[in-house]
Write a protein that binds this ligand. Structure first.
Ligand code: NDP
Ligand code: 8X3
Length: 255
């Protein structure tokens, strides 16, 4: 065990829902202490209320706000400041329209959240992670590697995350800091509700009968990666539900 406290510290973004929220519970149960972030203060408070006393620090802010992110890190209580693991999980898709009809506002939101906020937070925490010989797990997606119609900027933002992770590995050579990109396929969370701007029927229809990945599945994988011996680095890990596989190329034919 290391640090000001007896527990290793995981910093998990997007902790109010889906993968992030379940990961917080899993890391706490495994003896870690956790910094949990998201915008929805009520959900963070519920997490704090359900956690062992003194083992969680919650912070509500919009991760796209670089100043708020920096202030939050600067204001971390001493017991939580020695971050051993950063899980860059906060992210979203917005829309499924083809590029020629997509909302520019949606595109900007995805780039600001999935790309700019992720690199900002990573840069701010790198000195601590290097000092701790810590680890970074970036949540990418199968959409980083497998394009699909309507995936445009979401897939591109996740391709950025995967490539940034590999670049970090190269830059952090010799520091002992481990970097992993986790690329899940279809998982049942609030992801589709957010993507469709609140269409419950569309979300239910996507997951019905498909036995998708669950947040528990992801939390278990995150914990496994984080607790591997320090000489082992998972570079990238692609995970799909068995029910999901690949389709062929689409072909447009002239009439
Ligand atoms: P959820 O919508 O359930 O969770 C997303 C989390 O991100 C929420 O906690 C949300 O918190 C947080 N978040 C989003 N925008 C912001 C913001 N501007 N500031 C702070 N926090 C933000 O989705 P998932 O759990 O599925 O998604 C987690 C990650 O996994 C994402 O990066 C997603 O792209 C990726 N992913 C998801 C897959 C899936 O099929 N579900 C598959 C592959 C990857 P709040 O709203 O409170 O701010
Ligand atoms: C989420 C998986 O297939 O909806 O990253 O893009 S997918």
């Amino acid at each position: 065990m290391t640090g000001a406290s007896d527990h290793r510290t995981a910093f998990i973004t997007g902790a109010t829902s889906g993968f992030g929220r379940t990961a917080v519970h899993a890391f706490l149960a495994a003896g870690w202490q956790v910094v949990a972030t998201g915008r929805r203060q009520d959900r963070l408070q519920a997490l704090a209320d359900a956690s062992p006393p003194g083992r969680i620090h919650v912070a509500a802010f919009d991760i796209r706000d670089a100043e708020a992110t920096a202030s939050m890190i600067g204001a971390l209580p001493a017991a939580f400041a020695n971050v051993d693991l950063l899980v860059n999980n906060a992210g979203l898709a917005q829309g499924t329209a083809p590029a020629q009809q997509a909302s520019l506002a949606d595109w900007q939101t995805m780039i600001d959240t999935n790309v700019t906020a992720l690199v900002t937070l990573t840069r701010l925490l790198l000195p601590t992670l290097i000092a701790r010989r810590g680890a970074i797990i970036n949540i990418s997606s199968t959409a980083a590697s497998y394009p699909y119609a309507g995936g445009n900027v979401y897939g591109a933002s996740k391709a950025f995350v995967s490539q940034f992770s590999l670049g970090l590995r190269a830059d952090l050579h010799g520091t002992g800091v481990r970097v992993t990109t986790l690329e899940p396929g279809m998982a049942q969370t609030e992801f589709t509700l957010v993507r469709t701007h609140g269409d419950h029927a569309a979300s239910d229809a996507l997951y019905r009968g498909a036995h998708p990945i669950t947040p528990d599945d992801i939390a278990g994988v995150l914990l496994w990666i984080a607790t591997l011996p320090p000489h082992l680095n998972v570079n990238r890990l692609e995970l799909m539900p068995t029910s999901q596989s690949f389709a062929g190329f689409q072909i447009h034919r002239e009439p």
